[in-house]
Design a protein around this ligand. Structure first.
Ligand code: SAM
Length: 293
């Protein structure tokens, strides 16, 4: 793996195809997975390419990838013609990522840092108006949910997200009212986006294999999302309602207005949180914010 820095590249692809296999790159760099950083690698480029295909048209703007690790997804994104910014906390991967960068001049920017603290909106500020901002990542399991909430509710306003989560988290994102997995994450995500599972991956697809299976979720933020104050109210009310999910709303929402709040939102005060659809929670949030007479 010798960075040349002078390699030519084609419009849609690049010379990343010439890089050694990911497994050899990891071995040559002497890198062993750090489970504390949720490191479970996708070393099969065919799987990486499939995930990139699921992300749709990636050449129409900027792709942000969190946790590129050895760079399998990154290589596939570059192959597909994307312009990519990667954010990686573990500096051991930087030489492997730089080898991809020199083979795709001007198309890969590497940021060393903690994605929870990075201001992605500032990263995306340079792109032309109207261009897409996509997130494509095999997320570290320990920060996947806070990152999703940050991207859904923060200033980035991505066009689309194609994200790998532990299967159990993926189910909690797409669950419908009445499902066992239905809770705060489903309500918040579905109030702000359309979400569906587009690929299941068994634990054995990763190196080293995690204890659980994974799934890729396609999340498309709504063009016209609820206002920030509604989203903030939704977060407060769902925390209270699902914090005591077996209680009736009249009781779990008591400090927020209880039965009166439910009735003004057209919701049965005797219902439990797990049976209330996203539209019902939005109605509760609207009613909670409405001036009382
Ligand atoms: N994308 C690679 C792949 O599919 O083979 C690696 C995925 S691995 C599940 C998660 C990656 O996220 C690791 O490279 C890890 O070092 C990185 N990571 C963990 N926590 C992070 C954080 N807070 N910010 C940025 N990267 C992080």
């Amino acid at each position: 793996m010798t960075p040349t820095g002078t390699a030519p590249h084609t419009a849609a692809g690049s010379l990343v195809e010439d890089l050694p296999p990911l497994r050899d790159c990891l071995a040559a760099a002497g890198i062993a997975a750090d489970k504390g950083l949720g490191q479970h690698f996708l070393l099969d480029l065919n799987i990486c390419r499939k995930i990139v295909r699921l992300a749709g048209e990636v050449t129409d703007g900027l792709v942000i990838e969190v946790g590129p690790g050895p760079g399998g997804l990154t290589r596939s994104l570059i192959e597909a013609g994307a312009r990519v910014v990667v954010i990686e906390k573990d500096r051991r991967f930087l030489p492997l990522l730089e080898a991809v960068a020199v083979r795709s001049p001007g198309r890969l920017t590497i940021i060393e840092g903690d994605a929870l603290a990075v201001d992605e909106a500032a990263i995306a500020a340079g792109i032309a108006p109207g261009q897409a901002i996509r997130l494509v990542s095999n997320l570290p399991y320990n920060v996947g949910t806070p990152l999703l909430v940050k991207w859904l509710t923060g200033p980035l306003r991505p066009t689309a997200m194609t994200l790998m989560f532990q299967k159990e988290v993926a189910r909690r994102i797409v669950a419908a009212a009445g499902d066992d997995d239905y809770g705060r994450l489903a309500v918040l995500t579905q109030a702000l986006a359309n979400a569906r599972i587009v690929m299941d991956l068994p634990a054995r697809a990763f190196t080293p294999p995690p204890k659980v299976d994974s799934a890729v979720v396609s999340i498309t933020p709504l063009a016209d999302p609820p206002a920030a104050r509604i989203v903030a109210a939704l977060q407060t009310l769902t925390q209270a309602a699902f914090g005591q999910r077996r209680k009736m709303l009249r009781s779990s929402l008591r400090i927020h207005g209880g039965a009166d709040l439910c009735l003004s939102a057209g919701i049965d005060p005797n219902a439990r949180a797990e049976t209330i659809p996203v539209t019902g929670f939005l109605a509760l949030a609207e009613a909670w914010l409405a001036p009382r007479v």
